[in-house]
Design a protein around this ligand. Structure first.
Ligand SMILES: [Zn+2]
Length: 558
């Protein structure tokens, strides 16, 4: 039997290699991982189409529409066993929510009648006509003066029908085809499109067959041929090949869409033709990435395939395994821990910066994650977690603050512009700002960690942020005591403007005048703090956040 050896290459190919290894290991096949090389017996590619789908279905099982349908079985069983004796109105509500309507996505009626599920039913051998049964299922509402017990016979009948559908969905070949449809349209299509089972015009209803024909056919001939007569070479691995029929245009967002670039030089296609083995590897790109809805992440560790597999597998299992999908940015914690582990194990080679590839809004974004940045992120875990549910709206679009912070840090940007924007937003559009002014302190803390850890800002007194925030708080109190708190916002705008334009004189002028007005001396933190721009801004924003923070009492009233 032939031994196939694959070398790591660029990030996209590496995602495919990691994906292929994941699929084979999941199927229990033997794969040798050695430095930058992967090798395995060609025999493991027999029935690879089954292994391919099984990997996606098992990995993402609890996120699939298929699972949504069958996961209701426990609820039904419980009430059937108890003969509906403990069935309450609350249970009826749960049942109705599950059933939903044909127009509410994620509900039973919606899922059962979706086009992709309808197509899958044709592949399943069963007496049961799901679509016929679906028509007989609808929510039950209690009429006025009607008691729950009057409806129990109807509810029993309804739940029996649903149970029949669940049993149908649980049959091995129903799971095989329906769940395959689910992973095609929620996972695989993030990485590639337009060919094989993702070709809208495909004539092959069975996606397993379609994969096999498109990606695996001819592979054995190719492997067994001595290739002496071959005139072309694979643009990716350099292997000799017989024709130029395969390219990577089926991959999303790679800029190699040959069907749209016909006007290019005539031999454009030739430049990116690939061999049958590389074609299989590229089809495994979605198995290398971890996807949360339409966002994906892949850590490209190209010095060592074993660690690339490990770190990406851990990300996958920790982010999606439990079914309650976590925030995709959690990856940084896992990467940090993996690095820590390696250092402890005394791994010899110098760990270089790690390339993070993100798939977002249908395109790929790249960041280098340095050891310094990983430390900053670890140090900021508490503050970052506090941002998870905070956000704001801009032109009818919701932005999550945690996302916005991570994007900037990974791009090696400090957070001052974001902090400024959030403070102005809170002052001008409070109803579209889903955070409190005092939350700005989390960002200032994270920003300080970044400035210290990555930019190399000198560490002064650790508590300058706290001191300035408190100074702002007492400043506000003094204004409130004089019943002139209506002036606070005006002063805040002036100070923010000074901070934005980096104008320390204007900032201090405003501050000194205000403190004269309340007959107090300017806090010490401003007198010694004004050494460099970063510190000026940190202290200044903390002060303004403190003086514009809503008191706890007001928040509760809101
Ligand atoms: Zn190749």
């Amino acid at each position: 039997m032939n031994e196939i050896t694959i070398q790591l290459g660029d990030w996209l190919f590496n995602a495919g290699v990691v994906g292929l290894v994941n699929i084979l290991l999941h199927a229990g096949d033997e794969v040798k991982l050695n430095g930058q090389e992967v090798s395995f017996n060609a025999g493991v590619l027999d029935k690879f189409e089954e292994k391919y789908f099984k990997y996606f279905i098992d990995t993402y099982e609890k996120t699939l529409a298929w699972y949504k349908v069958v996961s209701f079985e426990d609820f039904i069983k419980k009430h059937e066993e108890e003969n509906f004796e403990s069935f309450t109105e609350k249970d009826l509500e749960i049942l109705n929510q599950y059933i939903g309507s044909g127009s509410k996505s994620g509900t039973l009626k919606y899922i059962l009648t979706s086009n992709s599920h309808k197509a899958a039913y044709n592949l399943i051998t069963s007496e049961l006509d799901v679509l016929e049964l679906e028509k007989q299922i609808s929510t039950i509402k209690l009429k006025k003066n009607e008691e729950l017990k009057d409806q129990i016979p109807k509810i029993k009948d309804l739940m029996k029908k649903i149970h029949d559908i669940i049993r149908y969905y649980n049959q091995p070949d129903a799971k095989k085809y329906i769940a395959a449809k689910n992973v095609i349209y929620t996972i695989i299509n993030n990485a590639w499109n337009n060919v094989s089972f993702l070709n809208r015009q495909t004539k092959i209803p069975d996606m397993y067959e379609d994969y096999k024909i498109y990606f695996l056919q001819g592979l054995n001939d190719y492997l067994n041929d001595n290739k002496k007569e071959y005139n072309y070479s694979c643009s990716n691995c350099g292997s000799l090949m017989n024709d130029m029929n395969n390219d990577i245009a089926f991959l999303n967002a790679t800029g190699f869409d040959t069907s749209r670039k016909l006007s290019n030089v005539w031999n454009f296609n030739n430049d990116i033709a690939i061999c049958p083995v590389c074609k299989i590897v590229y089809s495994c790109v979605p198995a290398g990435f971890t996807y949360v809805y339409d966002k994906g992440i892949f850590i490209n560790q190209n010095q060592d395939i074993q660690s690339a597999v490990n770190v990406n597998q851990r990300i996958k299992s920790e982010i999606i395994d439990s079914g309650d999908v976590k925030n995709i940015w959690e990856f940084y914690r896992i990467v940090s821990e993996e690095m820590e582990r390696k250092i402890n194990e005394g791994v010899k080679y110098e760990l270089a910066d790690i390339q993070v590839v993100r798939y977002e809004n249908e395109s790929y974004r790249f960041n280098l994650l340095s050891k310094k940045m990983l430390k900053v992120l670890s140090k900021s875990t508490k503050e970052l977690n506090a941002l998870l549910k905070l956000g704001y709206k801009e032109v009818n679009t919701y932005f999550n603050i945690y996302d916005e912070v991570m994007k900037r840090l990974l791009n090696n940007e400090n957070l001052f512009l974001l902090i400024h924007k959030l403070m102005i937003q809170k002052l001008t559009k409070p109803s579209e700002s889903y955070y409190q002014m005092r939350n700005i302190n989390y960002l200032l803390e994270i920003n300080n960690n970044y400035l210290e850890g990555v930019v190399g800002m000198e560490v002064k007194e650790r508590d300058i942020l706290e001191l300035s925030k408190n100074a702002g708080y007492y400043f506000r109190k003094a204004y409130e005591e004089r019943n002139v708190e209506n002036k606070i916002n005006g002063i805040a705008y002036r100070l923010l403007n000074a901070l934005k334009t980096n104008n320390q004189h204007m900032f201090m002028d405003t501050l000194i005048n205000c403190y004269l007005y309340i007959k107090q001396s300017v806090p010490k933190v401003f007198i010694d703090g004004m050494k460099d721009d970063y510190e000026f801004k940190s202290v200044g924003y903390a002060f303004v956040a403190g003086m514009t923070s809503e008191s706890k009492k007001n928040e509760e009233n809101n």
